[in-house]
Ligand binder design. Structure first.
Ligand code: SAJ
Length: 433
């Protein structure tokens, strides 16, 4: 029975995992190279916004079940399982495995008999068997005999971490049957819903899931561009198509952001080939990366329709985080949109109730401040509270009543009834007001 667990990497994935294992009674040591994070955890300060996480963190630190340290080697020496949850970013199409390698170096130095090592970080297929296993065996200990190694990909979406750690089925892929069994023993402490496979399949599944989502969204965005051309509403079309029992098209929008969908599909390209001269994954990424630029084009057209030049316009951007109801701004489409608008010398004010990030634009502290004198209300993120904007009041403080809706927060005909001009991704219908 596992009692002492270390978690290397106290970020969006590692911190919720560490807290949850501790909340189930395991003695957890969080390891991070960032002293600020270590200090924060030890003082029960939660630096990641996740429902329930701060309460649970306070509870497990105060009852002594979670501590944090920068001294990873000693912690690994004393524990019976170690989970690695460090970032594996991609830069210029090259996977940066340096954080993972540093973490593995720590594990190798603390490696001892019967230790279970779990990789939660997203990694390219075969890395566990081809690199991690031989690297750890340089210690003189053998996997499946002296120690155990498994890949258990993280599957949590920011904003739902605790709930999903508890309830989403976990894929458990050991490098051998003993490793799989050991990892099952550990993860069954937090989640009864475990799916058993081998390490390479587990690595592959993780990339498949995020690539599927990215491809599906790219298809929706492609349909949006077609809909604009042929003068129909893509949201209406997708809604109706999805009534077919075997069709499930995702939502088109202002772009795909976040740390995962913008990166993981590229890892799949490392082991895939072009088919008929096309790489499906790259094509999908290109379409999704194009969407923020398309939003800027729509803004340009909307301003042109009322005879205002970009240079003289004030645009109020609502939403900076990469998706609705979270504060995370990593790879947010808003960054590209702000940059492109500023490059055109437009006056840009952003408002986001979840984050103070503004990507270099002026930041408003309230919706009213953002929209005062604005020519365009540009919705980039679908935070729930934007749905409740009182358009009658807001319309009176804007210079022009124009909405460019990048996430279909509003129903076009509802807002046009209130005297607004409506533009949106995939909205090809002309509305007269
Ligand atoms: N988006 C769309 N249309 C949609 C859905 C999302 O444009 O229909 C956009 C969002 O606005 C956002 C981006 O895609 O900018 C990504 O959002 P998301 O909710 O699809 O995904 P993440 O990055 O928050 O989390 C994903 C999840 N993967 C899947 O749903 C397959 C999560 O379960 C993973 O754990 C996470 O990636 C990860 O860490 O890999």
């Amino acid at each position: 029975m596992y009692e002492k667990v270390s978690v290397i990497g106290l970020g969006h994935v590692g911190l919720p995992a560490a807290v949850l294992f501790a909340s189930k009674g395991l003695q957890v040591t969080g390891i991070d190279i960032d002293e600020h994070k270590v200090r924060a955890v030890n003082m029960s300060k939660c630096y990641i916004k996740e429902p329930r996480l701060d309460d649970l963190l306070r509870e497990v630190v105060s009852n002594g079940l979670l501590t944090a340290t920068t001294n990873g080697i000693d912690a690994v020496k004393l524990c019976d399982a170690v989970i690695i949850a460090v970032p594996t970013p991609i830069r210029n199409n090259i996977i940066d495995l340096s954080y993972l390698k540093s973490a593995l170096e720590v594990v190798k130095q603390g490696l001892h008999k019967d230790l279970l090592i779990v990789i939660e970080s997203t990694i390219p297929p075969k890395l566990t068997v081809d690199f991690i296993k031989p690297f750890l065996e340089e210690s003189g200990l053998s996997v499946e005999k002296d120690f155990f190694l498994a890949h258990v990909p993280e599957r949590i979406a920011p904003g739902r971490a605790i709930e999903e750690l508890l309830h989403i089925p976990r894929v458990i892929g050991g490098v051998g049957p003993k490793s799989t069994r050991k990892a099952v023993e550990l993860y069954s402490r937090v989640n009864p819903n475990l799916l058993l496979t081998d390490a390479t399949t587990a690595e592959f599944i993780k990339l498949v899931e995020n690539s599927f989502r990215d491809l599906n969204i790219a298809f929706a965005n492609f349909l949006a561009l077609v809909a604009e051309k042929i003068g129909i509403d893509v949201y209406e079309a997708i809604k109706l198509a999805n009534t077919h029992p075997r069709v499930n098209i995702h939502k088109p929008g202002a772009g795909v952001g976040g740390p995962c969908l913008t990166k993981d599909p590229y890892m799949l390209t490392k082991v895939s080939e072009n088919i008929f001269g096309v790489n499906l994954i790259f094509l999908a990424r290109k379409i999704n990366d194009y969407m923020p630029y398309h939003v800027v084009k729509i803004v340009d057209k909307a301003l042109d329709d009322v005879g205002v030049s970009m240079r003289d316009a004030k645009i109020a951007i609502l939403g900076v985080s990469y998706k609705g109801n979270v504060s995370d701004t990593r790879n947010s489409p808003a960054k590209v949109i702000v940059k492109e608008l500023l490059r055109r010398n437009v006056s840009v004010v952003v408002y986001d109730p979840y984050t103070s990030e503004s990507f270099g634009a002026e930041r408003a502290r309230s919706l009213k401040e953002a929209l005062k004198g604005a020519d365009v209300m540009l919705i980039v993120t679908d935070h729930s509270e934007f749905k409740n904007i009182d358009l009658n009041t807001i319309g009176n403080i804007m210079r022009h009543r124009i909405i460019v809706d990048g996430r279909r927060v509003f129903e076009p005909f509802d807002v046009t009834k209130k005297g607004f001009k409506y533009y949106g991704i995939g909205f090809g219908k002309a509305i007269k007001i």
